[in-house]
Write a protein that binds this ligand. Sequence first.
Ligand SMILES: Nc1ncnc2c1ncn2[C@@H]1O[C@H](COP(=O)(O)OP(=O)(O)OP(=O)(O)O)[C@@H](O)[C@H]1O
Length: 378
Amino acid sequence: MSEITLRNVRKSYGKNEVVHGVDLDIATGEFIVILGPSGCGKSTLLRMVAGLEAITTGEIEIGGRVVNRLEPRERGCAMVFQNYALYPHMTVAKNIGYSLKIAGIPRAERDKRVQEVAKALGLEEFLERRPAQLSGGQRQRVAMGRAMIRAPKVFLYDEPLSNLDARLRVAMRVEIRKLHQRLSTTTLFVTHDQVEAMTLADRIVVMNKGVVEQVGTPAEVYQKPQTTYVAGFIGTPGMNLIDVTADPDKGVLVLSDGQQIAYDCAQWPDVGYGPVTAGFRAQAVRLEPGCISGKFDFSEELGSAKLVHGTFAGTALIAHVAGARTFTPGEPLCFAVDATDIHLFDADSGRRFNERVRDAPIPGRKAEAIDALIPKVA
Ligand SMILES: Nc1ncnc2c1ncn2[C@@H]1O[C@H](COP(=O)(O)OP(=O)(O)OP(=O)(O)O)[C@@H](O)[C@H]1O
C-alpha cells in the first residue's frame, strides 16, 4: 500500500514559518493536486514528502511507515521537476535507465524495462537522442519515464508542465491522467494553475499562505467553496464576491448603496443581521432587470460567450454572457441572480456559513413522519 499521511506538518526557515501545520490523508492510488499561488508553500510541502527538505515538526507516513528520518531514496517516491533535471550528456535511453544502472540491475533487464517505459510514453524513436535534441514536451516525457521506471510507490510532480506552451500543456495533462489510469500510482502534483488542478485531480488541496484552505473533489471546491479565498481562486473567472449586510427577517442582502438582493434565509440558518460576504458565479448571472443595477465597464471575448465586467455599488463584478450583444462603456447594466445561486461567507473569517441542504429531511422529522403513518392501537 502507498497511502500518505501528513500530521501537523510544519516548516520554518529560521524564524519564518512557511507551512503552518498541514494534516492530510491520501489514499493509495489517489491523484492529489496541491494548488495555490506562488509562495504559498506547496513546493516545500512536496519536497518534505520527498525528503528533499527536512520537516520542522510533525510526521509524514508513506505506506504506513513514518519517513521523517528516511533518506529520499528510501521513501519509494519518484519526483518529476519543472526543469526536467535530465543529464544533458546522456541519451534518452541512458537517462531513463540510469537509476536501474545505479541499483545494479543487469543490462538485459535494464534495456527491456527502458523499452517498456519508452513504449508507454511514445519515446521509442528518440531513445538515442540527447535532451538538447528534444522538444520541451519530449523532455518532460523523458523525465516522467525516468520516474516511472523505478515503479515507485508514489509519484511527486512539481509544476511539471509550467515550461510548456499552452497546447502541449493540455496534451501532457491528458497523458499524465492516462498514465495514472493505467498505473494507479499514488500521486501528489503541485501547480498554481487551477484548470490543471480541476482536470487532473481526484481531490484538490487548496493552499494559501502555508495553510490548507480546503480539501475536496474538483466539483466540491467549485460548487461549495469553504472560504472566500477558495471561491475567488477556483473557477474561470473566480466567484464574484461583494460585501453586503444580511437582513434575515426580510430575506435580503443589502449592498452599500442600499440596493437589495433576495436570498434564501432558510438555506442559511446561521446568518444573522449584519455584514457578510456574498458570492455568486459569473455563470449564474443573467443580464436582465432583477437584483442589482450598475454600469458596464468592459468585456472579454471568449468566442462562444463574453465575460462582461461591470461596477455595482462600487464593486467590480463579472457576468458570463452568451450571445452577440454588444455594450458601450458606462451604459447601465442590471444583474439578476437566483437566490439559490448565492453563497454566503462570514465577513471576518471568510468561512462559508453552514447551509441547510434543500429538501433534506430535518433531523427528527422523518422519524416523526413515519411514526404518524403507523396506526395507533387503542
Ligand atoms: N530555502 C529557503 N529559505 C528561506 N525561505 C524559503 C526557502 N525556500 C522557500 N522559502 C520560502 O518559503 C515560502 C514557500 O515557498 P515554496 O517554494 O514552497 O512556495 P510555492 O508555493 O511552491 O511557490 P512557487 O509556485 O513560486 O514555487 C516562500 O515564501 C519562500 O520564499
